[in-house]
Design a protein around this ligand. Structure first.
Ligand code: AGP
Length: 609
């Protein structure tokens, strides 16, 4: 979602702001803009579409200045037009914003009644006018910002520059993330630390309600004020980000690179949790296993939600613990009944998903212990939870989550195994066998990736389809759901997934010759049942594609193909078949010619509701 960059320097900042914005492109956006202060004027350039369009404008119409702000906008209020692109500005002040001002209509009406004319349809523009009015009334920039944010409801991160104060940059946040970057002779603001990594190793994650006043005098200085306007010291962090991850290397897309990284990221995640030699779990359980655990709740959104659905099978079958899985956006508004001994686990790649964060805060407020499983160590979710466990997937740039998902599965499976072992549901032998199965997973995933030509061919075939159905049973059902989500996200083909046993209860009505069926059907405990469902679909004329390790499987269909995958254990299959559906989605999108890494309308980090 929207990305923010701010720089206060002795050097020209225009080009570097664009450079910083390019590292936020992965978040998803549909317009971009930049504003600097120079020669007592606000210089502003904006454009619809991708950053290249803004670069082209800047080339023919450059800007100058040593302080500035930039923005990639993911439209919420108003179309992704030039007029609605940030920064929004008056003659005195320019603002970029990530988040949603929920009471903007009320504020806007009041401003319109005072005779103000709005240039855009955005919620952000009220912020600009409120600051402007306060400045006009003689308030200092700091007080103008303070006074304004007191009037705002909703979530925001703001970066603000002032025409009459070219040595000043202000950042403030509530709900949306904002990071301060510090060098001796430069200060930065960014929506994430990743964007600042090439410029500084020293960062400070602003906390909820913080405002940072950054100034250039004989030295560069900053002061952070908390929500109660008290000066506070926030811890400085040393960044240790692998900048190389920002390159696609030999791959045509980040998504493909990230799919191929999975043997490594799965191994890294596994070995961060277990000792390979002794086949024991190394981490302390984030749950108090000695307490009688009655229920685990897993709460998340999107792909992370499917990781939780998979984990439900594991916690219940392996550890005999009742496990409830919730979409964070539903959970937070349905007055959930919680026991104080419920264990609540929040799963998120970004650690910034607003609904997941809000659900966590709700649960914390009700006195429950919270655990976050996240891929970004300094994310809001990691910092807000009582305990957190990191997935070791490394930065994920493609909007469609791949390696972060399988790393989440790995963490969740180990937690289920740990609980099963502690509760003696699995005996020593079963635990050792499970360990061995997990240790084989990275190699088996790399076997899937050794020959992607079948996925490529299938992708070409599927790229002609308008609708596609996925089915699976047991743990293959969340794989089917994830396959359908990946496919629609990046190829824009309508895809849905159903538990195979549910077909007869409705979805079978969708079957026709033009609707391919993709069945996730390893030869496991559910195979015979799924095979019958495949027969039922083929009898109704659908083209059938079966992902299976049973090479002899056959149905009588006018179009039929087995996609043969390596034989594995039940847990191994979850990873192998996930990798296969990721590849199918990738090659389908490739043949359709869509923007694989930054699909339309999607954002990597969903920081607004
Ligand atoms: C996955 O491909 C998605 N783009 C999306 O569903 C994502 O998983 C969801 O928004 C949750 O994000 P999170 O894991 O960062 O919380």
């Amino acid at each position: 979602m929207c990305g923010i960059i701010g720089i206060l320097s002795n050097e020209q900042v225009g080009g570097r702001i664009i450079d910083g914005l390019s590292r936020l492109e992965y978040r998803g956006y549909d317009s971009a803009g930049v504003a600097t202060i120079d020669q007592r004027a606000i210089q502003r350039r904006r454009s619809e579409g991708k950053l290249q369009a803004l670069r082209d404008i800047l080339e023919s119409d450059p800007i100058s200045g040593t302080v500035g702000i930039g923005h990639t906008r993911w439209a919420t209020h108003g179309l992704p037009t030039h007029q609605n692109a940030h920064p929004h500005a008056t003659d005195r002040v320019a603002v970029v914003h990530n988040g949603i001002i929920e009471n903007y209509q009320l504020l806007k009406n009041a401003l319109i009644n005072q005779g103000l004319v709005f240039q855009s349809e955005t919620d952000t523009e009220v912020v600009v006018h409120l600051i402007d009015q306060a400045l006009k009334a003689g308030k200092s920039p700091e007080n103008a910002v303070r006074e304004t944010i007191e009037k705002l409801e909703g979530a925001f991160a703001l970066a603000i520059v002032f025409k009459d104060n070219p040595d000043l940059l202000i950042g403030t946040r509530r709900g949306s993330p904002l990071v301060l970057g510090i060098n001796d002779d430069e200060l930065f603001l960014g929506s994430d630390a990743w964007a600042l990594a090439p410029w500084t190793k020293k960062v400070c994650y602003l906390e909820e309600g913080d405002t940072v006043i950054m100034q250039r005098g004989a030295e560069f200085t900053y002061e952070i004020y908390d929500a109660g306007n008290q000066i506070v010291k926030r811890p400085l962090k040393e960044l240790n980000l692998a900048i190389g991850a920002a390159n696609k290397g030999k791959y045509s897309h980040f998504m493909l690179k990230e799919i191929f990284e999975q043997p490594q990221t799965l191994s890294d995640t596994l070995l961060s949790l277990v000792d390979e030699q002794s086949k024991t779990i190394q981490i302390e359980s984030p749950f108090d296993l000695s307490n009688k655990i009655l229920r685990i709740r897993l709460i998340s959104c999107g792909t992370s939600y499917y990781a939780c659905l998979m984990a439900k099978y594991w916690f219940e079958k392996m550890a005999h613990i009742l496990c409830e899985v919730d979409l964070a956006s539903e959970f937070r508004y349905r007055d959930p009944v919680l026991n104080s001994d419920d264990i609540c686990v929040f799963v998120s790649q970004s650690g910034e998903t607003i609904d997941t964060l809000a659900a966590l805060n709700l649960v914390k407020g009700m006195g429950c212990q919270t655990v976050a499983i996240v891929n970004v160590p300094e994310s809001s979710l990691a910092r807000a939870a009582h305990k957190h466990i990191l997935t070791m997937a490394g930065p994920e740039i493609g909007v469609a989550s791949t390696k972060a998902f399988t790393a989440q599965l790995m963490v969740l499976n180990i937690l289920a195994l740990q609980a099963a072992e502690f509760r003696k549901v699995m005996d020593k032998e079963a635990v050792l066998k499970h360990f061995t199965d997990l240790l084989h997973v990275p190699k088996q995933v790399s076997q899937v990736l050794q020959n992607v030509s079948e996925f490529d061919k299938l992708g070409l075939r599927l790229s002609q389809a308008r609708d596609i159905l996925f089915i699976g049973r047991g743990t293959n059902y969340p794989v089917a759901l994830e396959g359908a989500l990946k496919l629609k996200e990046i190829s824009y083909i309508h895809a849905e997934a159903h538990a195979a046993g549910e077909l007869k209860h409705g979805p079978i009505a969708l079957i026709d010759k033009l609707t391919p069926l993709i069945a996730i059907a390893p030869n496991d405990a559910w195979f015979e049942k799924t095979a019958s469902n495949i027969q039922e679909v083929s009898a109704r004329g659908a083209p059938i594609f079966v992902l299976t390790d049973d090479h002899s499987f056959k149905v009588n269909a006018h179009e039929f193909q087995n996609i043969c995958l390596p034989k594995s254990s039940s847990v191994g299959n979850c990873f192998i078949y996930t990798c296969a559906v990721q590849c199918i989605a990738y090659y389908t999108a490739l043949h359709k010619g869509t923007d694989v890494d930054q699909p339309r309308n999607l954002a990597k980090s969903v920081t607004v509701e």
